[in-house]
Design a protein around this ligand. Structure first.
Ligand SMILES: [Zn+2]
Length: 317
């Protein structure tokens, strides 16, 4: 019997002692409560993710020192650090010196909460501990990459390389993440690890070659090393099909989102001739679009994307 078939029941069965009255809550019979629990856990881990996003590019420890106001260095009490609600309660301004708290803090906490809430909801429908852990870990990593790359144009290795190893470890332990269902436990793990490695190699390798060719054509570096390592992480969680989709889906998403900006800039450039040159020469981070496409694939687009790869079966070998 697989351990993953047994764990869910134990995981969602809570026993509490409330004012001497022993209570048993079986969360499996309260889907809304279970989803809410996922949201709260996600929001708390999103709050921690904000700390990682702020400190990782500077090489500062994410544990010490405790959170301080970036403007006046006053220690932030835990009551004001409450995820999502803290930002709303303070209306986006610090209590100590009334300076603006970036909207990114609310966005990261809210979207991590929503992703965890959705994962917990799906887990309730289909109890699969591996998929629950993988979807929470993948969403946490990718939301972090969106925030850190958009802000600093850097993807720290702890997200890309660290995330790749987390994905590999999870796929080794929970073969269901790669959609592998076999009868022999050993073979199941082996096949899942191979699929995961294939995802890492196809993702990073394909993006490396696209970047190398684009650099030749445009005469300057088109893709950063961070993007190549990031796509290894996407491949580890999503497999090679997900990695290929993320490259093309991410490019399409980038074009769709940047096109209105380009048009607006073009209209502006009629007044100011240097504005268009400035936009065309601008460096745009690719990581956020790759990450969003990866999240899209993992959280539902997979069923729509995978049949597109069916044509590969017609190739011999
Ligand atoms: Zn302050």
């Amino acid at each position: 019997m697989f351990p993953r078939m047994l764990w869910p029941r134990q995981l969602i069965h809570l026993r509490t002692d409330f004012f001497g009255l022993e209570m048993e809550i079986n969360l499996s019979s309260h889907p809304l409560l279970f989803t809410l629990l996922g949201f709260l856990l996600g929001a708390c881990l999103g709050s921690f993710l904000n700390v990682v996003v702020t400190r990782a590019p500077k090489g500062i420890s994410v544990i010490r020192p405790a959170s301080r106001c970036p403007h006046c260095s006053v220690l932030i009490p835990w009551t004001l650090n409450f995820p999502v609600f803290g930002w709303i309660f303070l209306r986006g301004r610090t209590k100590c010196c009334a300076n603006k708290i970036p909207l990114r803090y609310l966005g990261v906490e809210l979207f991590t909460g929503l992703a965890f809430g959705w994962s917990f909801h799906c887990f309730h429908v289909q109890p699969d501990l591996g998929m629950l852990l993988a979807s929470c870990a993948f969403a946490w990593l990718m939301i972090g990459v969106v925030a850190v790359d958009a802000e600093t144009m850097l993807i720290p290795d702890r997200f890309s390389i660290g995330g790749t190893f987390v994905g590999l470890g999870l796929c080794l332990y929970f073969p269901s993440i790669q959609g592998v269902v076999f009868h022999s436990f050993g073979a199941e793990r082996m096949l899942s690890a191979i699929q995961c490695l294939l995802g890492i190699l196809v993702g990073s390798g394909l993006l490396y070659w696209i970047g190398a060719l684009a650099s030749r054509v445009f005469g300057r570096e088109a893709l950063g090393e961070g993007d190549i390592k990031l796509l290894g992480c996407v491949g580890a969680f999503c497999g090679w099909k997900g990695a290929v989709f993320s490259i093309f889906g991410g490019s399409l998403l980038g074009c769709l989102l940047l096109l209105p900006c380009l048009l607006a800039q073009h209209l502006k450039s009629k007044k100011n001739s240097s504005a268009e040159d400035k936009f065309l020469g601008m460096e745009i981070p690719f990581g956020p679009y790759l990450s969003l496409a990866g999240i899209g694939y993992f959280f539902g687009l997979r069923e729509w994307v995978d049949p597109w790869f069916k044509w590969l079966e017609y190739f011999p070998g």
